[in-house]
Design a protein around this ligand. Structure first.
Ligand code: FMN
Length: 307
């Protein structure tokens, strides 16, 4: 069998393949190492880190729904100092490019996080801005205020780092195509599409929500068509690098996103069902390419046929 070149390049960064993990779905450091050889992944995207530690929302904070799950973890993490002291040294030993996902409540927070990570640019190859977590309310910030904050956050982070800057978006904040234009203008190099969609589930015996936060972010197969549509439309309109997420469970899903034009594929909810999902997808992708006489993944990327 001929080898298939899965190499994916984004603005000077070289990924040995397009398969990565979606923020928050792959532990915080070595939790998945018993299942997945991290060196085989194209990149690793971390759980969101914030400046200060966060305990997250009360339990229960996840539940299964038809075709997916709801989560309201609430950005639980041990904060920036812990990340630098304990997580960066762990990832420094793994050659796989590290993408660090960050969130803040103000543009100043984003600037501070980006500045701190820039000092570790040997390990941190890219920064993903979580501009869209539906489980964290910022003092009732209105829709337009959130949009303004989003642009300011991108600008502030851009001023502090020369790393690849990814703006991760959710349809919750308005028209993704319009917001994509705004964050690209503000200095983002690439887009993360998409974060979860806000939803809820009720236990009919107790008549209470199945998660303590009442609402949570819907992920998994249920949101795949939405994610795929945005990846396709954003690539068509802006031709910028896109890190796709949203129901990538199997190699078929992964291939659909590649055909729609995705650069990287972030596997999320699938990791909870099958901790080896990333590697299964990688193997399946190679097999598919061999079967179709595709020697380089670039031949497939964005090859969607309109007629
Ligand atoms: C349990 C859980 C935790 C998540 N935590 C984060 C997070 O910390 N930061 C973030 O940007 N996205 C987070 N996400 C969203 C995922 O990264 C991804 O964008 C979304 O789940 C869609 O992909 P999927 O359908 O493959 O899961 C989380 C998703 C889940 C299911």
């Amino acid at each position: 069998m001929k080898t298939v070149d899965l190499t994916t390049r984004i603005k000077g960064l070289v990924f040995k393949n397009p398969v990565t993990v979606a923020s928050g779905t792959f532990g915080t450091t070595g939790e998945y190492a018993g299942y997945v050889d991290y060196r085989k992944l194209g990149a690793i995207i971390t759980k969101t880190i914030t400046i200060k530690p966060r305990e997250g929302n009360p339990m229960p904070r996840i539940c299964e729904t038809a075709g997916g799950m709801l989560n309201a973890i609430g950005l639980q993490n041990k904060g920036l100092d812990d990340f630098i002291a304990n997580k960066i040294p762990y990832y420094a030993k793994i050659a796989t490019p590290l993408i660090v996902n960050i969130a803040g409540e103000s543009e100043g927070d984003f600037a501070k996080l980006a500045r701190a990570l820039q000092k570790h640019s040997r390990v941190v190859k890219a920064i993903e801005l979580n501009l869209s977590c539906p489980n964290v309310e910022k003092g009732g910030a209105g829709f337009m205020k959130k949009r303004r904050l989003m642009k300011a956050a991108v600008k502030a982070a851009r001023a502090e780092t020369d790393r690849l800057l990814i703006a991760k978006l959710s349809p919750e904040l308005g028209d993704v195509l319009e917001i994509a234009g705004e964050v690209l203008d503000a200095g983002a190099d690439a887009l993360g599409l998409i974060n979860t969609l806000k939803g809820m589930a009720i236990n009919i015996e107790t008549r209470r929500s199945r998660i303590a936060n009442i609402t949570g972010g819907l992920s998994g197969p249920a949101i795949k068509p939405v994610a795929l549509r945005y990846v396709y439309e954003v690539k068509k309109k802006y031709a910028v690098p896109v890190i796709a997420a949203g129901g990538i469970m199997t190699v078929r899903d992964a291939l659909e996103f590649i055909i729609a034009g995705a650069d990287l594929l972030a596997v999320g909810t699938a990791n909870f069902v099958n901790p080896r999902a990333t590697l299964d997808i990688l193997e399946g992708m190679t097999e598919y390419c061999q079967r179709h006489g595709i020697r380089r993944i670039e031949e497939l990327r964005g090859s969607f046929r309109h007629v």
